[in-house]
Design a protein around this ligand. Structure first.
Ligand SMILES: Nc1ncnc2c1ncn2[C@@H]1O[C@H](COP(=O)(O)OP(=O)(O)OP(=O)(O)O)[C@@H](O)[C@H]1O
Length: 228
């Protein structure tokens, strides 16, 4: 079995703003294997969200080679990407991915259903994350931190093979953030999940197998001695 979940080689991506072409990612390479957690750090605007969106197929690179689950990007159709995002790749965006017209519990059940699961452990996840009491509330009736934890429950309930997370603890206080790490690391251990976690939370980053820094468009091993 090919245990590489992501193989990216020399990926570049720019945006056009009027006449200006802004280069964001420039010859970025990355490999992420099953059972591995990689933290990505980098200043605001360095391209972290752009990277996550390239890896889940929401945007395309200008150049470079990308394989996801061993499949070359140019052989993955738009429908295939949608299927991958429903069943195998969970992306946690900073603003949460909750459907406003569904309660938290129904959001979770919906995500499990999209992934094709007949049964799910949503109630247990809510319990683990300390938000069982808000299961029947709608997303606009809960706090930002509760929304973030509900979005985490939605991501984990689909039992993905790959998690792409953008600041999964960004809206959480210390005690709530402490509850998040086990979700990632237990799933990595038990189900050989792979996780790419954009985070400024030093404790979460330090628990990952590697910390990479996104700087000048590319990923480099993070050298705390240089960066601090
Ligand atoms: N759709 C777009 N059109 C034009 N420029 C964009 C677009 N999306 C992002 N950018 C620019 O690309 C750069 C990288 O943005 P990106 O959101 O990937 O950075 P980031 O590291 O995730 O930032 P943050 O930490 O603030 O969320 C920024 O300069 C941003 O302004």
């Amino acid at each position: 079995m090919n245990d590489a979940l992501i193989q990216a080689h020399d990926l570049s991506r720019s945006y056009r703003n009027g006449r200006e072409q802004i280069s964001v990612l420039s010859r970025l390479s990355l490999e992420l294997r099953r059972g591995e957690a990689v933290a990505v750090i980098g200043p605001s605007g360095s391209g972290k969200s752009t990277l996550l969106n390239l890896l889940n197929g929401l945007i395309a690179p200008d150049s470079g080679a990308l394989r996801v689950f061993g499949r070359p990007r140019d052989q993955i159709s738009e429908n295939d990407w949608a299927e991958l995002r429903r069943t195998r790749i969970a992306t946690l965006f900073q603003d949460g991915n909750l459907i406003p017209t569904l309660t938290v519990a129904r959001n979770i059940a919906f995500r499990a259903g999209l992934a094709g699961l007949q049964q799910h452990n949503g109630a247990e996840l809510l319990e683990q994350l300390g938000i069982a009491d808000i299961a029947r509330r709608y997303p606009d009736q809960i706090s930002g931190g509760q929304r973030q934890r509900a979005a985490l429950a939605c991501a984990f309930v689909m039992q993905p093979e790959l998690i792409l997370a953008d600041e999964p603890t960004g809206s959480l206080d210390y005690a709530s953030a402490q509850k998040v790490a086990p979700l990632f690391f237990d799933a990595i251990r038990e189900r050989a999940l792979g996780a790419l976690i954009v985070t400024h939370n030093p404790e979460l980053a330090q628990r990952c197998d590697r910390i990479l820094e996104l700087r000048e468009g590319a990923l480099r091993p993070w050298d705390s001695a240089v960066s601090s």
